[in-house]
Write a protein that binds this ligand. Structure first.
Ligand SMILES: O=C(CO)COP(=O)(O)O
Length: 126
C-alpha cells in the first residue's frame, strides 16, 4: 500500500518522530512512502525510503491530490501547521477536499495518524 506524507515546516520534526515510532513496520512491511519534496528530504535523512514529489508550494500537494483522486493511496498523513500561513493554502484545501471526495483516510495530527496507521497495518497484515 502507498501512504502519502506531508508536513508543514513547523511539523516536519513531528513527522520524523511519528515515523520513527513505526520504523520496524515501515522497514518490514509492504508500504511505499511518497512525500512532498522537503518533507521527503527530512524523511530520507531519518533513514526511510520515500518517493519525493515536488515541494508543496510548487505543486507537491496537488500531485498528492491527483494520486488520491486516482485511488492510488491507502492513506494521507498531512501534519498541517495551524499556527502558520501558507502561500499555497488553496492547494492544501484542495488536497483535503479530494481526500473527502474519494473517501481516502486523512490524518492531520500525530494522534489521529497513529490510530490510522495501526489500523492500516493490521488491515493489510503487515
Ligand atoms: O507545503 C507543504 C504542504 O502544504 C509541504 O511541502 P514540503 O514538504 O515541500 O515542505
Amino acid at each position: 500500500m502507498k501512504i502519502a506524507l506531508i508536513a508543514h515546516d513547523g511539523k516536519k520534526a513531528d513527522m520524523v518522530h511519528f515515523l520513527s515510532g513505526f520504523r520496524d513496520a515501515l522497514h518490514s512491511a509492504e508500504i511505499d512512502l511518497v512525500a512532498t519534496g522537503t518533507t521527503g528530504k527530512h524523511i530520507e535523512k531519518a533513514g526511510f525510503e520515500v518517493n519525493r514529489l515536488l515541494s508543496g508550494p510548487m505543486g507537491g500537494d496537488a500531485q498528492i491530490a491527483a494520486m488520491a483522486a486516482e485511488k492510488q493511496l491507502a492513506a494521507v498523513i498531512f501534519f498541517r501547521d495551524p499556527l502558520d500561513k501558507h502561500p499555497h493554502e488553496p492547494d492544501v484545501q484542495m488536497l483535503m477536499r479530494i481526500c473527502d471526495v474519494h473517501n481516502i483516510p486523512l490524518a492531520t495530527n500525530p494522534a489521529s495518524a497513529e490510530l490510522m496507521f495501526k489500523a492500516l497495518t493490521q488491515t493489510y497484515g503487515t
